[in-house]
Each structure stands twice: as structure tokens, then as C-alpha cells.
Design a protein around this ligand. Structure first.
Ligand code: BDR
Ligand code: CA
Length: 307
């Protein structure tokens, strides 16, 4: 059965690819945006650019323009000033359906069975929805998060951007009691990298979506290589979609995961309890492994399905 999802995002190059893949692999009930990689006005505009470019019949709802308690911070070094630097920025006609993403999330979960939440930016909107309507926690099919790490961070030694950018929101979400909470952290997403070969394969597909994706990756890969000297740029956000649509590609382990909201060196760290004896009750399915080549094949097949 095709999963029904709400994508909560901050596009973002990898968010854009996640939306492209979800547009063919799932039924997207709506896209909600949040301040993250870029300010809210830009992440919302970027989501609209994508739905128009891909001709997706999906509304975009703008959400939180700042984290719950900390100052907003963006990721210009990874995504450029607009959040989607690289391709020529298309003119768009579409506008956001509302400025109340939290209301949209609550009402959509209440009126549809088995919705998956797929947050791939800071968790502000989801935390606000859970606070305002705790009943949604038991109504959803699950929540598949890109965020955190069972290992090294990226913004700091211990923290991943989405969790670090709004640690209080992340803490609320990890502690909310979701029956199924899947975590694609950096320890996993760094196994799912894009390189020049993927970019040339996308160009060869030659459709509007794949060419836009190739232009996105040109910028994203160059920025990543400059920053880290790595060769493959991690495709973080699509992992949160694939974990729902293709769970067989992943190795999961049940873990207790809590979020450090303060800390001299550890703000935004996801503390994953990997002790083999007596750890706290598992609240999370942590992803530890992905079949990268199969995932890339699915990415290419999915993008070839656009005209
Ligand atoms: C996460 O942060 C953002 O820059 C990416 O879009 C991804 O969601 C990776 O740390
Ligand atoms: Ca993102």
C-alpha cells in the first residue's frame, strides 16, 4: 500500500531530492515548511518551486519561523543563501495554502488514518503539533526523522544540524511516545552519498526533474567537498523517505535516544544508549546501515518517472 505522508522540511538540496522521490513513491498529503537551512520565507518559496516544477498536486503550508527557544541559525555553507543555490531559480505562480503548518499537521492526522510524519528539517512544527494535540502521537502510522546521529555530528562534534537548530523541539518529539519513531542520523546518511557518477546518470535521464536535481548536486557536492574534503556528499533527507518505502534496504536497532538541550559541548546531541545491558526503554528505531547502491538505483528509477 502506498504510504500517506506529510513532509515537514526546510529545502535544502537534499530536502528537494526527498520531495522528488516522495512525489513518486508515496502519497504526499501536504508539505509543511520550517526555518532551517534558510529562513522560512525561502524554505517555503523553495518548496513551492519544487511542487510547481514537479507538477505535484500538493499544498505547501508555512510553519515556524524560529525555533522554540534558541536563535534561528541557517546552513548557508551547505545550501547557499537561498537554501537551493545552484540551478537557475524558476519564476513561480504558486503560493502557500496557509501559514499554519501546525494546524494542517494536526487536522490531517486527525482526519486520515495511518499518516506518516516525515520531518527532514528542525523539529519545531512537529513539537508544536504534539504539544497542542497530544492525541496525534497515537494516531499516526509513525514518524521517520532525518536528524541526530549515533556517532559524530556535523554542526559540532556531537550535534547534527536539524536537532542542534532546535534542540528543545527535538527533545519533545523524541520523548513524545511515538510507537514507531525511525531515526536516519548522520551515522546512516553518510553511507548514502552522491558523486559525479550519480550526477552524470541524472543528466542522462534528461527530464526536467532529473536535470534540476543534477544542477542541485553540482552545487551541493562542490560545497561539501570544499568543506569536508569528502568525495561523496551525503543525501541525508531521502533516507527518511526510503526508510518507509523500502525498509528492507536498512538495518535498524531499537534504542533509547534522548536529546541534549543544553551542554557546554553537547547541545543538540542525540544520546543513543548502545549499552548491551539494562538500557532505558527503546523509544526509537535507529538506522545503522543502508544498501547504498540499491538506494541510488531507486533514486534514479524514481526520477526517471518524471516527464
Ligand atoms: C540535515 O541538515 C540539513 O542541512 C539537511 O537538509 C539535512 O536535513 C543534515 O544535517
Ligand atoms: Ca533538511
Amino acid at each position: 500500500m502506498t504510504p500517506k505522508i506529510i513532509i515537514d522540511c526546510d529545502p535544502g538540496h537534499d530536502d528537494a531530492i526527498a520531495i522528488m522521490m516522495a512525489g513518486r513513491l508515496t502519497k504526499i498529503l501536504g508539505i509543511t515548511t520550517v526555518s532551517g537551512n534558510a529562513p522560512l520565507s525561502l524554505t517555503t518559496e523553495n518548496a513551492l518551486i519544487l511542487t510547481e516544477l514537479l507538477d505535484l498536486d500538493v499544498d505547501v503550508h508555512a510553519g515556524a519561523n524560529k525555533p522554540l527557544m534558541v536563535a534561528p541559525r541557517h546552513a548557508e555553507e551547505a545550501h547557499g543563501r537561498t537554501g537551493l543555490d545552484g540551478p537557475i531559480r524558476p519564476e513561480i505562480k504558486r503560493t502557500a495554502a496557509s501559514n499554519d503548518a501546525v494546524h494542517f499537521i494536526i487536522e490531517t492526522v486527525r482526519s486520515n488514518d495511518d499518516v506518516w510524519l516525515v520531518p527532514i528539517g528542525p523539529l519545531t512544527n512537529i513539537a508544536l503539533a504534539v504539544q497542542q494535540a497530544p492525541d496525534i502521537v497515537d494516531r499516526v502510522a509513525g514518524i521517520s526523522i532525518m536528524g541526530g546521529s549515533a556517532g559524530a555530528g556535523n554542526v559540532t562534534a556531537t550535534a547534527e544540524f536539524n536537532v542542534w537548530a532546535d534542540p528543545h523541539a527535538a527533545s519533545i518529539v523524541f520523548d513524545a511516545g511515538f510507537e514507531k519513531l525511525l531515526m536516519a542520523g548522520l551515522n546512516l546518511t553518510h553511507q548514502f552519498g552522491v558523486d559525479e557518477q550519480v550526477i552524470s546518470d541524472l543528466r542522462a535521464l534528461g527530464n526536467q526533474a532529473s536535470l534540476f536535481a543534477a544542477d542541485l548536486f553540482d552545487f551541493y557536492l562542490a560545497a561539501y567537498q570544499k568543506r569536508t574534503l569528502g568525495t561523496r556528499a551525503p543525501l541525508h533527507d531521502p533516507c527518511a523517505v526510503l526508510a518507509i518505502t523500502h525498509p528492507e534496504l536498512f538495518e535498524f536497532e531499537s534504542r533509547n535516544v534522548r536529546v541534549e538541550t543544553t551542554g557546554t559541548h553537547t547541545r543538540g546531541m542525540t544520546v543513543v544508549d548502545e549499552r548491551s545491558w539494562g538500557p532505558g526503554p527503546a523509544n526509537c528505531e535507529v538506522e545503522y546501515g543502508i544498501d547504498r547502491d540499491q538506494g541510488i538505483t531507486i533514486l534514479l528509477e524514481t526520477l526517471s518517472a518524471y516527464s
